[in-house]
Design a protein around this ligand. Structure first.
Ligand code: IPD
Length: 249
């Protein structure tokens, strides 16, 4: 058993808890600092940037040789390299739109890759104090208790989680909503949309949702969730149906 992973987890958990405290303190404040990124429905706040800095600075001080891929650093124009080195993949506030509106499905999501394989994941939902964790080969946990994906194997018995595209134009958003509903609604028990990819993935790991589908997602949205689901006994596939291989382009 690799004890260095325990040390990585321990350090990352402390920082995640600090990050969660900041989110709890600010979620229902009126946000004065909301900026748009790639389009008019894609937001970033000072809290996203501040938490990313807190996590990267904290991890870097303990593990100076490790690399980082952070959503906000990348959005600000830094193009990280994805190498075999230990690499922390960070979404400081997953569900920024929820955070801006005070909708409580907001997560801190942190994955660690070594040799390009995801070996550790943390998803923290700070409003409800749900800490999801996994280390490769050792199972998945919610607040320290083992969790498992559901036993449902047929879509007709499933609660399906999806994210509707938050694209820039009404036409694109409508098309995404309609396509999702037309494709899935007649086939499942029900559909949910949590507004945070990390939250949706955590729900699958917990067995609360039976599956989750999203197109056009980024590695920082799913790195932590992918290992947590796999360690909870589930599978994470790319749209071609093959196993997810973390890439950063
Ligand atoms: C987004 C959220 C959203 C999902 C998007 C993500 P962000 O992450 O997880 O639910 O549909 O694909 O980019 O921007 O809030 O960190």
């Amino acid at each position: 058993m690799d004890s260095s992973l325990d040390n990585f987890m321990c350090v990352a958990l402390k920082l995640t808890e600090e990050a969660g405290k900041i989110i709890r303190e600010r979620i229902w404040e009126v946000k004065q600092d909301v900026q748009t990124k790639s389009h008019i429905h894609d937001f970033v706040t000072k809290t996203d940037q501040e938490i990313e800095k807190l996590l990267i600075t904290g991890l870097n001080s303990k593990f100076p040789s490790h690399k980082f891929i952070g959503e906000e650093t990348t959005s600000a124009g830094v193009k990280p390299e994805f190498t075999d080195d230990p690499t922390w993949i960070i979404d400081p506030v997953d569900g920024t739109l929820n955070f801006v509106h005070g909708y409580p499905n907001v997560c801190v999501s942190i994955g660690l890759t070594i040799n390009k394989e995801i070996v550790l994941g943390i998803i923290f939902v700070p409003i409800s104090f749900m800490m999801f964790t996994a280390i490769k080969g050792r199972g998945a946990f919610l607040n320290g208790k083992p969790i498992h994906v559901s036993k449902v194997s047929d879509l007709k018995d499933a609660l399906l989680s999806v994210e509707f595209s938050g694209a820039a134009t009404y036409k694109e958003r409508l098309s995404s909503h309609v396509t999702h509903l037309q494709t899935f609604l007649s086939q499942v028990h029900g559909m949910r949309s949590g507004g945070s990819a990390a939250f949706n993935l955590a729900m699958v790991a917990l067995g609360g949702a039976d599956c989750y589908f999203e197109a056009g997602i980024h590695i920082w949205d799913i790195a932590a969730g992918a290992i947590i689901i796999e360690e909870a006994g589930g599978v994470v596939l790319d749209p071609s149906g093959t196993a997810l291989i973390p890439t950063y382009v």
